[in-house]
Design a protein around this ligand. Sequence first.
Ligand code: MF3
Ligand code: CO
Length: 245
Amino acid sequence: MHRAGLAVWTVLDELKRMVRPGITTMELDQYAERRVAELGGRPAFKGYRGYPRVLCTSINDEVVHGIPSPKRRLAEGDILSLDFGVEMEGYYGDAAVTVPVGTISAELERLLRVTRESLDRAIDQARPGNRLSDISHAVQSWVERHGYSVVRELVGHGIGTRMHEDLQVPNYGEPGHGPRLREGMTLAIEPMVNAGRPAIRILDDEWTAVSADGSYAAHFEHTIAITSDGPWILTRPREVEGACW
Ligand code: MF3
Ligand code: CO
């Protein structure tokens, strides 16, 4: 899973540096498709329940599952969630990061920071002996303390030899509930945060989830393993330390 995760991280890291005003989301998708093949992985999203692309690119009020398009050109001041998954040797990695396009407002910088920090805090709860909802609560409490809301309809997930495995990882809940976390469990934790109200709706393309009130949304994700030494972020190199993104 770490090998799959490293391919995810490599592609996302390169895409982050390509993001600038004027580029289309389709160009990012085509780059990712070419690059993952070079790295020896298979893109996990393309063909999944009929999803047509290798990346999800979600802009501004789009929360997740935005479909890359040659008509969608990034503009200065946008925020863009890049979500990417890889299958390698039968194992999966899945991660996402929201990045600024050019210069963004201080308000949007704060939304990105708080959402990223909520993932840091959630990952820190992924330890043997804790319960699943300790992860959920870490996200919700941090997000709501800053005046934002967590999306309820979409959740993180178990991951391993399939992209979506049994455990669902909500981004809200009271601490101390649900299955006990055990060494060897692998989860994709993915806070989805709206600057306004929590409700979402799905666009007519049947994929893109947008905030119902049109407020900006951010999304960060990592695939992690629970070990006796604490959480191991599988979707980044071991030598990278500090904040999750
Ligand atoms: N990170 C998303 C998830 O875990 C990506 C799925 S997009 C899909 O659900 F197209 F593959 F469905
Ligand atoms: Co995921």
